[in-house]
Ligand binder design. Structure first.
Ligand SMILES: [Mn+2]
Length: 344
């Protein structure tokens, strides 16, 4: 068993004795954190719980199909409501993040200061054990949604918790966190879980259409612009990155989620093993890193870019100017020797 009976009993009891349960996703929500929140929302509703869902900031439009039936609080818009939800509750469950800082600067303190029991369900490395009472963390799974399937299965002793809404939400998280089954999915188990979700109504074709084939015209043109005008390739070092200024984002009428997936195009180049996307935001420069081989972008982003994440996908930020970030990243890349490393 992946968690001990005691661990599962603790969560089952906590849920049983709670009337109000508050779920919280991470900042800049993706399909996994949203899928985890909406699936556990439907699960807890079936147990007649009052469930509050806090999303720290606006979610991208392609996630609307699971969010539309789930009442929620957007932290950046309803800060007071979010604060109240952290205190007027019997249990808080954090989903798909390893550190309280991941709920964003606005909500971090209210989450930390709440004296209510806190549980964490997550698949990132190094969960902050000191800030949570119950931790369900596995790092060798594809996604929090896959992990949540296992947790719900253990709570119930079978898959009777599955219904259409839960199956759709869990599938959403697994498919987005694996880049449509292209990484972090080399275990038999993930396909067994997906098979069970499909058995319970998850509509793979519909979800892929809603997640991947709903680009706005400006989003598609932004992608074209990135590849044509903003891609810098370092063939010798096996690296590439794309950068976008605030002006570029404005030109393409940037909406939240429009940059999703762009970084992966770097890795689609033959011989390129490290990719990055650098975007200038109002308050900071954001960096996303991807790797397709042994290079550990989690260590890289932690060491140099205030970052965190996984071995093959991580993010970071800087308060330097965009030009300074580009210059520093370029210098770092020039020092890479990815190819030699892989021959060893
Ligand atoms: Mn995830």
């Amino acid at each position: 068993m992946i968690f001990s009976e005691t661990e599962i009993n603790e969560l089952r009891n906590k849920i049983q004795e709670s009337n109000i349960i508050t779920l919280v996703s991470h900042f800049n929500p993706d399909g996994d954190t949203i899928g985890a929140a909406t699936s556990i929302f439907h699960y807890l509703k079936s147990k007649n719980k009052t469930v509050k869902v806090i999303i720290p900031n606006e979610y991208p439009a392609f996630l609307e199909f699971v969010m539309k039936d789930v009442p929620h609080i957007i932290g950046t818009k309803q800060f007071e409501d979010a604060k109240i939800a952290f205190t007027e509750t019997d249990l808080i469950i954090g989903l798909d993040f390893n550190s309280v800082t991941r709920v964003g600067d606005m909500l971090k303190d209210s989450l930390l200061e709440s004296n209510k029991p806190k549980a964490l369900i997550d698949h990132h490395l190094f969960p902050e054990i000191e800030n949570f009472d119950l931790i369900y963390s596995l790092t060798n799974v594809s996604s929090t949604c896959e992990l949540l399937y296992e947790v719900l299965f253990l709570l119930e002793g079978n898959n009777s918790f599955l219904n259409f809404n839960i199956a759709q939400s869990l599938y959403l998280g697994i498919c987005t966190d694996t880049g449509s089954f292209s990484y972090a999915c080399n275990e038999r188990r993930v396909y067994e879980v997906v098979a069970d979700l499909v058995d319970h109504g998850a509509n793979v074709e519909d979800i892929h259409k809603m997640v991947y084939n709903t680009y706005s015209e400006t989003k598609l043109r932004l992608l074209g612009f990135c590849l044509c005008e903003r891609l810098i390739v370092f063939p010798k070092q096996g690296a590439a990155f794309i950068y976008l200024s605030r002006k570029d984002l404005r030109r393409f009428n940037y909406q939240i989620g429009d940059c999703e997936g762009i970084v992966n195009y770097c890795l689609s180049l033959e011989g390129i093993e490290f990719g990055a996307l650098v975007t200038e935001r109002p308050d900071r420069v954001r960096l996303s890193f991807r790797s397709k081989n042994d290079f550990d972008v989690n260590v890289f982003s932690r060491t140099y870019w205030n970052g965190a994440g996984h071995k093959k996908a991580a993010g970071g930020f800087s308060h330097e100017s965009l030009d300074a970030v580009i210059e520093r990243l370029t210098e770092q890349i020039k020092g890479f020797d990815l190819k030699k490393k892989n021959e060893n």
